[in-house]
Write a protein that binds this ligand. Structure first.
Ligand code: ZN
Length: 161
């Protein structure tokens, strides 16, 4: 019965809405990845129905995937439910097929489709097929390469040896 797993998934993403008079509870259902047990993350707790945006409320009823994603990324929800998101393998890099063989240095813009935190160092290494040492030697960037970011940034690749 006791499960030590600390990993859960939202699966397809389902909300549960419970109306109690004019008050509303909304939970996001998550499932333990190891024992399959379902638990609930509190999204709204005894909240006045009229204080919730009607569009948002509709989203809870239809399990809107974008609402699931945005609620999961909400730091308030995470703090209230004491969880941290595990982003391991949660990002994918789409690069243009153009080769980096023209004139150096080359400027690269990185844009995020979803605010998934990633260390620029890792992203650049994977995107360019560079080793970590190469990244440190050849990349010039305004932001720290080691600190996770989830906002777009620009870096410059300088010529190799
Ligand atoms: Zn479990």
């Amino acid at each position: 019965m006791d499960c030590r797993s600390e990993s859960a998934t939202t699966g397809a993403g389902r909300f549960r809405v419970n109306a109690n008079g004019k008050l509303l509870d909304v939970w996001l259902l998550v499932r333990c990845v190891s024992c399959d047990r379902t638990s609930k993350l509190t999204v709204h707790e005894r909240t006045a129905v009229r204080s919730i945006d009607p569009g948002e409320l509709h989203g809870y009823h239809v399990n809107d995937p974008e609402l699931v994603a945005s609620r999961l990324l909400d730091p308030l929800l995470a703090r209230r439910n004491r969880f941290t998101l595990d982003w391991t393998g949660a990002w994918r890099l789409d690069t243009l097929s153009e080769r980096l063989d023209e004139t150096w240095p080359v400027r690269v813009d990185v844009a995020f489709e979803d605010p998934v935190p990633v260390r620029p160092e890792r992203l650049i290494a994977q995107g360019l097929g560079f080793s970590r040492t190469e990244v440190l030697r050849r990349i010039k960037c305004d932001i720290s390469l080691r600190r996770s970011t989830s906002a777009g940034f620009t870096f410059t690749v300088t010529a190799g040896d």
